[in-house]
Write a protein that binds this ligand. Structure first.
Ligand code: NAD
Length: 360
Protein backbone atom coordinates (compact mmCIF):
# COMPACT_ATOMS: atom_id res chain seq x y z
CA UNK A 1 0.00 0.00 0.00
CA UNK A 2 1.15 3.55 -0.70
CA UNK A 3 1.32 5.51 2.53
CA UNK A 4 1.16 9.22 1.59
CA UNK A 5 1.94 10.96 4.82
CA UNK A 6 2.72 14.54 5.74
CA UNK A 7 4.97 14.86 8.79
CA UNK A 8 4.81 18.09 10.79
CA UNK A 9 7.38 17.78 13.60
CA UNK A 10 6.57 21.24 14.99
CA UNK A 11 8.44 22.59 18.02
CA UNK A 12 10.29 21.43 21.12
CA UNK A 13 10.00 17.72 21.82
CA UNK A 14 7.65 17.51 18.81
CA UNK A 15 10.71 17.06 16.58
CA UNK A 16 12.23 14.42 18.86
CA UNK A 17 9.17 12.23 19.33
CA UNK A 18 8.17 12.54 15.67
CA UNK A 19 11.59 11.29 14.57
CA UNK A 20 11.00 8.09 16.57
CA UNK A 21 7.42 7.76 15.28
CA UNK A 22 8.74 8.00 11.71
CA UNK A 23 11.40 5.43 12.49
CA UNK A 24 8.65 3.01 13.63
CA UNK A 25 6.56 3.83 10.55
CA UNK A 26 9.49 3.00 8.27
CA UNK A 27 10.06 -0.26 10.12
CA UNK A 28 6.39 -1.22 9.66
CA UNK A 29 6.56 -0.34 5.95
CA UNK A 30 9.67 -2.47 5.54
CA UNK A 31 8.23 -5.45 7.37
CA UNK A 32 4.79 -5.45 5.68
CA UNK A 33 5.97 -4.25 2.25
CA UNK A 34 4.26 -0.87 2.12
CA UNK A 35 5.66 2.14 0.31
CA UNK A 36 5.92 5.21 2.49
CA UNK A 37 5.85 8.60 0.74
CA UNK A 38 6.76 10.99 3.53
CA UNK A 39 6.87 14.74 3.05
CA UNK A 40 7.82 17.17 5.78
CA UNK A 41 6.17 20.51 6.42
CA UNK A 42 6.27 23.48 8.78
CA UNK A 43 3.77 24.19 11.54
CA UNK A 44 3.90 26.23 14.73
CA UNK A 45 6.83 28.27 16.02
CA UNK A 46 9.29 26.87 13.49
CA UNK A 47 6.90 27.95 10.71
CA UNK A 48 6.68 31.48 12.15
CA UNK A 49 10.47 31.67 12.19
CA UNK A 50 10.81 30.51 8.60
CA UNK A 51 7.73 32.04 6.92
CA UNK A 52 6.12 34.51 9.34
CA UNK A 53 2.96 32.36 9.65
CA UNK A 54 2.18 29.48 12.07
CA UNK A 55 0.29 27.72 9.26
CA UNK A 56 1.89 28.53 5.89
CA UNK A 57 -0.17 28.02 2.69
CA UNK A 58 2.39 25.45 1.58
CA UNK A 59 1.60 23.33 4.66
CA UNK A 60 -2.12 23.52 3.87
CA UNK A 61 -1.41 22.36 0.31
CA UNK A 62 0.75 19.45 1.47
CA UNK A 63 -1.88 18.43 4.03
CA UNK A 64 -4.63 18.36 1.42
CA UNK A 65 -2.47 16.19 -0.86
CA UNK A 66 -1.49 13.69 1.83
CA UNK A 67 -3.72 10.83 3.00
CA UNK A 68 -2.76 11.37 6.62
CA UNK A 69 -0.81 13.89 8.68
CA UNK A 70 1.46 13.11 11.62
CA UNK A 71 2.00 16.04 13.96
CA UNK A 72 4.50 16.36 16.82
CA UNK A 73 3.59 19.35 18.98
CA UNK A 74 3.68 23.13 18.67
CA UNK A 75 4.52 25.92 21.09
CA UNK A 76 7.60 27.96 21.96
CA UNK A 77 7.85 30.09 25.12
CA UNK A 78 9.20 33.07 23.14
CA UNK A 79 5.73 33.51 21.55
CA UNK A 80 3.81 33.41 24.85
CA UNK A 81 3.07 37.15 24.80
CA UNK A 82 2.34 37.46 21.09
CA UNK A 83 -1.17 38.17 19.73
CA UNK A 84 -3.18 35.01 18.80
CA UNK A 85 -2.41 35.14 15.05
CA UNK A 86 1.34 35.16 15.79
CA UNK A 87 1.17 32.19 18.14
CA UNK A 88 2.26 28.66 17.21
CA UNK A 89 -1.00 27.20 18.61
CA UNK A 90 -2.89 29.03 15.87
CA UNK A 91 -1.31 26.51 13.50
CA UNK A 92 -3.18 23.66 15.25
CA UNK A 93 -6.58 25.18 14.58
CA UNK A 94 -5.44 25.94 11.02
CA UNK A 95 -4.43 22.38 10.21
CA UNK A 96 -7.61 20.91 11.76
CA UNK A 97 -9.74 23.30 9.72
CA UNK A 98 -7.80 22.65 6.50
CA UNK A 99 -8.33 18.91 6.86
CA UNK A 100 -12.01 19.22 7.84
CA UNK A 101 -11.65 16.62 10.59
CA UNK A 102 -14.88 16.18 12.56
CA UNK A 103 -14.21 13.42 15.08
CA UNK A 104 -11.48 13.27 17.69
CA UNK A 105 -10.55 9.79 18.85
CA UNK A 106 -8.75 9.28 22.13
CA UNK A 107 -7.77 5.71 22.89
CA UNK A 108 -7.55 5.07 26.65
CA UNK A 109 -5.59 1.98 27.58
CA UNK A 110 -4.31 0.89 30.94
CA UNK A 111 -1.05 -0.91 30.23
CA UNK A 112 -0.26 -3.56 32.83
CA UNK A 113 3.24 -2.16 33.37
CA UNK A 114 1.79 1.27 34.21
CA UNK A 115 -1.22 0.49 36.40
CA UNK A 116 0.67 1.72 39.44
CA UNK A 117 0.94 5.22 37.90
CA UNK A 118 -2.84 5.48 37.47
CA UNK A 119 -4.68 7.54 40.13
CA UNK A 120 -7.22 4.68 40.36
CA UNK A 121 -6.78 1.49 42.35
CA UNK A 122 -5.19 -1.27 40.26
CA UNK A 123 -8.22 -3.57 40.34
CA UNK A 124 -10.42 -0.80 38.91
CA UNK A 125 -8.15 0.31 36.09
CA UNK A 126 -6.67 -3.04 34.98
CA UNK A 127 -7.93 -4.16 31.58
CA UNK A 128 -9.31 -0.74 30.61
CA UNK A 129 -9.33 -0.39 26.83
CA UNK A 130 -11.69 2.14 25.26
CA UNK A 131 -11.89 4.85 22.64
CA UNK A 132 -13.64 8.13 23.32
CA UNK A 133 -15.02 9.71 20.13
CA UNK A 134 -15.66 13.43 20.48
CA UNK A 135 -17.57 15.39 17.83
CA UNK A 136 -15.27 18.29 16.90
CA UNK A 137 -17.08 20.81 14.74
CA UNK A 138 -20.48 21.53 16.33
CA UNK A 139 -22.15 22.06 19.69
CA UNK A 140 -21.90 24.88 22.16
CA UNK A 141 -18.34 25.95 21.23
CA UNK A 142 -19.52 27.12 17.80
CA UNK A 143 -23.31 27.61 18.02
CA UNK A 144 -24.98 30.98 17.56
CA UNK A 145 -26.44 33.17 18.97
CA UNK A 146 -23.66 33.71 21.45
CA UNK A 147 -22.27 36.65 23.36
CA UNK A 148 -22.58 38.90 26.41
CA UNK A 149 -25.04 41.79 26.35
CA UNK A 150 -26.66 44.34 28.64
CA UNK A 151 -25.17 45.92 31.75
CA UNK A 152 -25.58 45.85 35.52
CA UNK A 153 -28.42 43.62 36.70
CA UNK A 154 -29.47 43.22 33.02
CA UNK A 155 -26.14 41.79 31.92
CA UNK A 156 -26.53 38.32 30.42
CA UNK A 157 -24.49 35.77 28.51
CA UNK A 158 -25.72 33.30 25.88
CA UNK A 159 -24.19 30.26 24.21
CA UNK A 160 -26.11 27.94 21.94
CA UNK A 161 -25.70 24.19 21.68
CA UNK A 162 -26.50 23.51 18.05
CA UNK A 163 -26.36 20.22 16.13
CA UNK A 164 -27.78 19.32 12.76
CA UNK A 165 -28.90 15.80 11.89
CA UNK A 166 -26.05 15.22 9.34
CA UNK A 167 -23.43 16.25 11.92
CA UNK A 168 -24.77 13.67 14.38
CA UNK A 169 -25.17 10.98 11.72
CA UNK A 170 -21.60 11.16 10.43
CA UNK A 171 -19.92 10.97 13.83
CA UNK A 172 -22.32 8.24 14.97
CA UNK A 173 -21.54 6.15 11.86
CA UNK A 174 -17.84 6.55 12.48
CA UNK A 175 -18.23 5.40 16.09
CA UNK A 176 -20.35 2.39 15.08
CA UNK A 177 -17.75 1.37 12.49
CA UNK A 178 -15.01 1.65 15.10
CA UNK A 179 -17.03 -0.52 17.48
CA UNK A 180 -17.45 -3.13 14.73
CA UNK A 181 -13.68 -3.50 14.61
CA UNK A 182 -13.48 -3.90 18.41
CA UNK A 183 -15.77 -5.44 21.05
CA UNK A 184 -18.95 -4.24 19.28
CA UNK A 185 -20.23 -2.08 22.07
CA UNK A 186 -21.07 1.60 21.69
CA UNK A 187 -22.07 3.95 24.49
CA UNK A 188 -23.65 7.23 23.40
CA UNK A 189 -23.42 9.99 25.99
CA UNK A 190 -25.88 12.88 26.22
CA UNK A 191 -28.02 14.89 28.61
CA UNK A 192 -31.38 14.02 27.07
CA UNK A 193 -33.26 14.36 30.37
CA UNK A 194 -32.69 18.14 30.18
CA UNK A 195 -31.50 19.25 26.72
CA UNK A 196 -33.50 19.15 23.47
CA UNK A 197 -30.17 19.09 21.70
CA UNK A 198 -29.39 15.78 23.40
CA UNK A 199 -32.87 14.46 22.58
CA UNK A 200 -32.11 14.91 18.88
CA UNK A 201 -28.65 13.42 19.42
CA UNK A 202 -30.13 10.28 21.02
CA UNK A 203 -32.91 9.92 18.42
CA UNK A 204 -30.44 10.15 15.51
CA UNK A 205 -27.95 7.75 17.13
CA UNK A 206 -30.77 5.21 17.61
CA UNK A 207 -31.75 5.59 13.95
CA UNK A 208 -28.15 5.10 12.77
CA UNK A 209 -27.93 2.00 15.00
CA UNK A 210 -30.34 0.21 12.63
CA UNK A 211 -27.47 0.14 10.07
CA UNK A 212 -25.24 -1.67 12.57
CA UNK A 213 -27.27 -4.55 14.06
CA UNK A 214 -24.07 -6.30 15.18
CA UNK A 215 -23.17 -3.47 17.59
CA UNK A 216 -24.79 -3.24 21.00
CA UNK A 217 -25.80 0.35 21.76
CA UNK A 218 -26.44 1.84 25.17
CA UNK A 219 -26.95 5.41 26.38
CA UNK A 220 -25.58 7.17 29.43
CA UNK A 221 -26.29 10.63 30.75
CA UNK A 222 -23.07 12.62 30.84
CA UNK A 223 -23.02 12.98 34.65
CA UNK A 224 -23.40 9.23 35.08
CA UNK A 225 -20.72 8.62 32.41
CA UNK A 226 -18.26 10.84 34.30
CA UNK A 227 -18.88 8.64 37.35
CA UNK A 228 -18.71 5.29 35.51
CA UNK A 229 -15.35 6.23 33.93
CA UNK A 230 -13.90 6.20 37.42
CA UNK A 231 -16.01 3.44 38.98
CA UNK A 232 -15.93 0.92 36.17
CA UNK A 233 -13.78 2.00 33.20
CA UNK A 234 -13.67 -1.58 31.86
CA UNK A 235 -17.37 -1.41 30.94
CA UNK A 236 -16.58 0.90 27.99
CA UNK A 237 -15.53 -0.08 24.47
CA UNK A 238 -16.36 2.90 22.22
CA UNK A 239 -17.93 6.06 23.65
CA UNK A 240 -19.42 8.72 21.34
CA UNK A 241 -20.48 12.16 22.44
CA UNK A 242 -20.86 15.79 21.43
CA UNK A 243 -18.09 18.38 21.50
CA UNK A 244 -18.17 19.83 25.03
CA UNK A 245 -19.06 16.58 26.83
CA UNK A 246 -16.26 14.89 24.86
CA UNK A 247 -13.78 17.62 25.73
CA UNK A 248 -14.36 17.00 29.43
CA UNK A 249 -14.74 13.20 29.38
CA UNK A 250 -11.66 12.63 27.21
CA UNK A 251 -9.46 14.47 29.70
CA UNK A 252 -10.98 12.45 32.50
CA UNK A 253 -10.24 9.30 30.49
CA UNK A 254 -6.71 10.52 29.83
CA UNK A 255 -5.62 10.44 33.46
CA UNK A 256 -6.58 6.76 33.74
CA UNK A 257 -3.59 5.86 31.55
CA UNK A 258 -0.93 7.25 33.89
CA UNK A 259 1.47 9.52 31.95
CA UNK A 260 0.79 12.27 29.42
CA UNK A 261 3.70 10.88 27.39
CA UNK A 262 1.56 7.80 26.65
CA UNK A 263 -1.51 9.38 25.07
CA UNK A 264 -2.06 9.37 21.31
CA UNK A 265 -4.96 11.06 19.53
CA UNK A 266 -6.53 10.92 16.10
CA UNK A 267 -8.82 13.41 14.39
CA UNK A 268 -10.69 11.94 11.45
CA UNK A 269 -12.60 13.39 8.51
CA UNK A 270 -14.15 12.07 5.29
CA UNK A 271 -12.88 9.24 3.12
CA UNK A 272 -10.54 10.24 0.26
CA UNK A 273 -10.74 8.88 -3.31
CA UNK A 274 -7.72 6.69 -2.42
CA UNK A 275 -9.91 4.89 0.15
CA UNK A 276 -8.00 6.32 3.12
CA UNK A 277 -9.77 8.39 5.75
CA UNK A 278 -8.39 11.91 6.13
CA UNK A 279 -6.70 11.99 9.50
CA UNK A 280 -4.53 14.10 11.76
CA UNK A 281 -2.54 12.09 14.29
CA UNK A 282 -0.77 13.67 17.23
CA UNK A 283 0.26 13.01 20.79
CA UNK A 284 -1.98 14.72 23.36
CA UNK A 285 1.02 16.39 25.02
CA UNK A 286 2.58 19.73 24.04
CA UNK A 287 6.11 20.77 23.09
CA UNK A 288 7.43 20.44 26.68
CA UNK A 289 10.03 23.26 26.55
CA UNK A 290 11.32 22.13 29.97
CA UNK A 291 12.80 18.93 28.52
CA UNK A 292 13.17 19.86 24.83
CA UNK A 293 16.46 19.01 23.13
CA UNK A 294 17.56 16.63 25.90
CA UNK A 295 16.60 13.28 24.34
CA UNK A 296 14.41 12.65 27.39
CA UNK A 297 10.87 12.87 26.00
CA UNK A 298 8.69 9.78 25.94
CA UNK A 299 7.99 9.01 22.26
CA UNK A 300 5.28 6.40 22.96
CA UNK A 301 2.34 8.79 22.48
CA UNK A 302 3.72 9.74 19.07
CA UNK A 303 4.35 6.07 18.26
CA UNK A 304 0.80 5.25 19.42
CA UNK A 305 -0.38 7.95 17.02
CA UNK A 306 1.32 6.02 14.20
CA UNK A 307 -0.60 2.90 15.26
CA UNK A 308 -3.83 4.94 15.17
CA UNK A 309 -2.92 6.24 11.70
CA UNK A 310 -2.28 2.75 10.34
CA UNK A 311 -5.60 1.58 11.75
CA UNK A 312 -7.99 4.45 11.04
CA UNK A 313 -6.62 6.11 7.91
CA UNK A 314 -5.26 3.06 6.14
CA UNK A 315 -7.25 0.15 7.65
CA UNK A 316 -4.00 -1.74 8.39
CA UNK A 317 -5.29 -3.54 11.49
CA UNK A 318 -2.53 -6.14 11.75
CA UNK A 319 0.23 -3.55 11.51
CA UNK A 320 -1.49 -1.26 14.03
CA UNK A 321 -1.94 -4.11 16.49
CA UNK A 322 1.72 -5.07 16.05
CA UNK A 323 2.85 -1.53 16.91
CA UNK A 324 0.64 -1.51 20.02
CA UNK A 325 2.02 -4.90 21.07
CA UNK A 326 5.58 -3.66 20.53
CA UNK A 327 4.84 -0.66 22.77
CA UNK A 328 3.56 -3.02 25.44
CA UNK A 329 6.67 -5.22 25.11
CA UNK A 330 8.89 -2.17 25.62
CA UNK A 331 6.86 -1.04 28.65
CA UNK A 332 7.15 -4.51 30.18
CA UNK A 333 10.92 -4.55 29.53
CA UNK A 334 11.37 -1.40 31.65
CA UNK A 335 13.37 0.38 28.89
CA UNK A 336 11.32 3.53 29.30
CA UNK A 337 11.89 7.26 29.70
CA UNK A 338 12.12 9.10 33.02
CA UNK A 339 8.43 10.18 33.12
CA UNK A 340 7.46 6.51 33.58
CA UNK A 341 9.82 6.22 36.57
CA UNK A 342 11.82 3.12 35.59
CA UNK A 343 13.64 1.19 38.29
CA UNK A 344 17.06 1.63 36.60
CA UNK A 345 18.60 4.37 34.42
CA UNK A 346 15.91 5.96 32.24
CA UNK A 347 16.13 5.27 28.51
CA UNK A 348 16.49 8.11 26.01
CA UNK A 349 13.87 9.06 23.43
CA UNK A 350 15.97 7.41 20.71
CA UNK A 351 16.52 4.24 22.72
CA UNK A 352 12.78 3.82 23.25
CA UNK A 353 12.13 4.33 19.51
CA UNK A 354 14.82 1.76 18.70
CA UNK A 355 13.39 -0.68 21.25
CA UNK A 356 9.92 -0.46 19.67
CA UNK A 357 11.46 -1.16 16.23
CA UNK A 358 13.35 -4.10 17.68
CA UNK A 359 10.18 -5.47 19.28
CA UNK A 360 8.46 -5.19 15.90
P1 NAD B 1 3.21 19.96 27.84
O1 NAD B 1 2.31 18.80 27.49
O2 NAD B 1 4.13 20.39 26.77
O3 NAD B 1 4.06 19.61 29.15
C1 NAD B 1 3.47 19.37 30.42
C2 NAD B 1 4.44 18.57 31.30
O4 NAD B 1 4.46 17.20 30.85
C3 NAD B 1 5.87 19.07 31.24
O5 NAD B 1 6.47 18.92 32.49
C4 NAD B 1 6.55 18.14 30.26
O6 NAD B 1 7.94 17.96 30.47
C5 NAD B 1 5.78 16.83 30.46
N1 NAD B 1 5.69 16.08 29.20
C6 NAD B 1 4.89 16.38 28.14
N2 NAD B 1 5.08 15.49 27.17
C7 NAD B 1 6.01 14.62 27.61
C8 NAD B 1 6.64 13.49 27.02
N3 NAD B 1 6.36 13.06 25.78
N4 NAD B 1 7.58 12.85 27.75
C9 NAD B 1 7.88 13.24 29.00
N5 NAD B 1 7.33 14.31 29.61
C10 NAD B 1 6.40 14.99 28.91
O7 NAD B 1 2.24 21.16 28.26
P2 NAD B 1 2.61 22.68 28.62
O8 NAD B 1 3.90 22.72 29.36
O9 NAD B 1 1.39 23.21 29.24
O10 NAD B 1 2.79 23.40 27.23
C11 NAD B 1 4.05 23.63 26.59
C12 NAD B 1 3.80 24.23 25.21
O11 NAD B 1 3.09 23.26 24.39
C13 NAD B 1 2.91 25.48 25.22
O12 NAD B 1 3.40 26.36 24.25
C14 NAD B 1 1.53 24.96 24.84
O13 NAD B 1 0.73 25.93 24.21
C15 NAD B 1 1.90 23.85 23.86
N6 NAD B 1 0.90 22.77 23.73
C16 NAD B 1 0.77 22.24 22.48
C17 NAD B 1 -0.08 21.16 22.29
C18 NAD B 1 -0.15 20.56 20.93
O14 NAD B 1 0.74 20.83 20.11
N7 NAD B 1 -1.12 19.74 20.65
C19 NAD B 1 -0.79 20.62 23.36
C20 NAD B 1 -0.61 21.18 24.64
C21 NAD B 1 0.25 22.26 24.81
Amino acid sequence: MNLNILVLPGDGIGTEVTAEAVRVLRRVAEKWNHTPHLTEGLLGGVAIHKTGSPMPDETARLAREADATLLGAVGLPEFDNEPPERRPEKGLLGIRKTLGVFANLRPVRAYQALVDSSPLKNHLVEGTDMIIVRELTGGIYYGTPRGISGAGAEERAVNSMVYTRPEIERVARMAFRLAQGRRRKLTSVDKSNVLENSQLWRRVVVEVAAEFPDVELDHLLVDNCAMQLILNPRRFDVVVTENMFGDILSDEGAVLAGSIGMLPSASIGERKPSGAFVGLYEPVHGSAPDIAGQNKANPLAAIGSVAAMLEYSFGLHEEAAAVNRAVETVLNSGRVTADLKPAGTPATTEQVGAAVCEAL
